[in-house]
Design a protein around this ligand. Structure first.
Ligand SMILES: [Zn+2]
Length: 297
């Protein structure tokens, strides 16, 4: 099996790795440079170094809406310099390596389904709790990208008609309650002393009422969201991932409470609610799987 070069491109960090199957042979982390040329320049340079003439291509997991026609991001709120930029083509030109760009939450989902928490399940919804809420949907073993490649924007499902303002401009999105950032924001509003989501979790575990209330609110929001997804898709498993999944034990009871109220009993009966397993490796491994798949078809 030949190696694949994979990139997990974030607004803050850029992780690049050489992967064979589910084995991350080598991994490096850089601060994400500013400017489209600098970003693709760094990726191309490091990809050539890690490939040393052996890799089948480069897969970039990137935050935002991926346009397959463009081979890049049509909308990238965290990396606006990449809006409309033909990333795949530029990386190919600079490195001589085949390149594909995929939405990071989609890559994350494929990673968890292929090698992580949801091994053996064919229809799975993966939800990532970070700055926002991301998602990936795998149906009958295939990633569902939607007609325009922007499917599974799960965080922007409305759970409150006139609810809190979301970063997308709408109100009442699940993301405004259930992302890791929202957990912290809610805790502070309720009077917590937490300065990070991790701290809010620690305070809640130590019995701070404000923090506990925030995780209850977040868990309830996630439960409503997941119930809707289960009623539409009837998946075998739902995986909770991303940094916010560190609070899984606090969220789970509220998620299940809502699901019992809202989900069709038959869809609920065999459903597995799971916590992610691969953490920072999920998107890297999933991107490699998707590139192999693209090359073989
Ligand atoms: Zn929204």
């Amino acid at each position: 099996m030949k190696p694949v070069i994979v990139v997990d491109l974030g607004g803050t960090n850029l992780r690049i790795a050489r992967v064979v199957g589910n084995n991350v042979e080598h991994r490096e982390i850089f601060s994400t440079p500013r400017g489209a040329e600098s970003i693709v320049g760094l990726i191309a340079e490091q990809a050539m170094k890690l490939s040393a003439g052996t890799a089948v291509g480069v897969a970039v997991a990137a935050p935002g809406a991926v346009s397959r026609g463009l081979g890049g991001l049509s909308k990238a709120p965290n990396l606006p310099e990449l809006d409309g930029y033909p990333m795949a083509e530029e990386i190919r030109r600079l490195s001589g390596l085949h390149c594909m760009v995929e939405n990071d939450a989609n890559a994350y989902a494929v990673g968890e389904v292929t090698y992580g928490a949801a091994i053996g399940y064919k229809s799975v919804v993966v939800i990532t709790l970070g700055t926002g809420i991301g998602g990936g949907i795998v149906l009958e073993g295939r990633l569902w990208r939607g007609a325009d490649g922007v499917a599974a924007e799960i965080g922007h499902v409305c759970i409150e008609e006139n609810g809190r303002r979301c970063g997308c401009g709408a109100s009442g999105c699940a993301e405004a309650y259930g992302s890791a950032s929202s957990m912290l924001r809610l805790a502070k509003e309720y009077g917590s002393n937490a300065t990070s989501a991790r701290e809010a979790y620690e305070l809640a575990k130590n019995g701070e009422q404000a923090a506990l209330k925030a995780f209850k609110r977040a868990g309830t929001a996630l439960g409503i969201l997941i119930s809707s997804l289960v009623n539409i898709l009837n998946p075998q498993a739902v995986v909770i991932g991303g940094g916010g999944s560190a609070a899984y034990d606090l969220l789970e009871p509220y998620i299940l409470e809502e699901m019992k109220l809202r989900t069709f009993p038959l869809a609920m009966r065999n459903l597995q609610l799971l916590r992610c397993k691969l953490k920072n490796y999920a998107a890297l491994l999933g991107a490699a799987v998707l590139l192999e798949e693209q090359i073989s078809t």
